[in-house]
Design a protein around this ligand. Structure first.
Ligand code: FES
Length: 107
């Protein structure tokens, strides 16, 4: 099963197996990772699942939709070049080991 390495706002790292086809957001919620709210339930409509993705994995992610792009402009924490909505990142074996950091605040 592919793994996600989450870094929480306080710097705690958690390596968690997330089933293929499950989003990085859902993997965080299911395993008590701090820093993800996911108020809209994964529909790219709230930006409270905002994460910073390690540069080496960015090019492996699906292209950002216009909805995701718009929502990231509304994110509570600073938008950076490596900002993505974690509900839009579906895990597969290729993404094994992906590192994401949750921001200090989601709202
Ligand atoms: S959960 Fe709402 S945008 Fe990802």
């Amino acid at each position: 099963m592919p793994r996600v390495v989450y870094t929480e706002p306080d710097g705690t790292r958690k390596e968690i197996e997330v089933p293929e086809g499950t989003s990085v957001m859902q993997g965080a919620l299911d395993n008590g990772v701090d820093g993800i709210d996911a108020n809209c339930g994964g529909h790219a409509m709230c930006a409270t699942c905002h994460v910073y993705v390690a540069e080496s994995y960015l090019s492996m992610l699906p292209e950002m939709s216009d909805d995701e792009d718009d929502m990231l402009d509304e994110a509570a924490a600073e938008r950076r070049e490596n900002s993505r909505l974690s509900c839009q990142i579906e895990m597969d074996d290729e993404l094994d080991g992906i590192e994401v950091q949750t921001p200090d605040s989601q709202g």
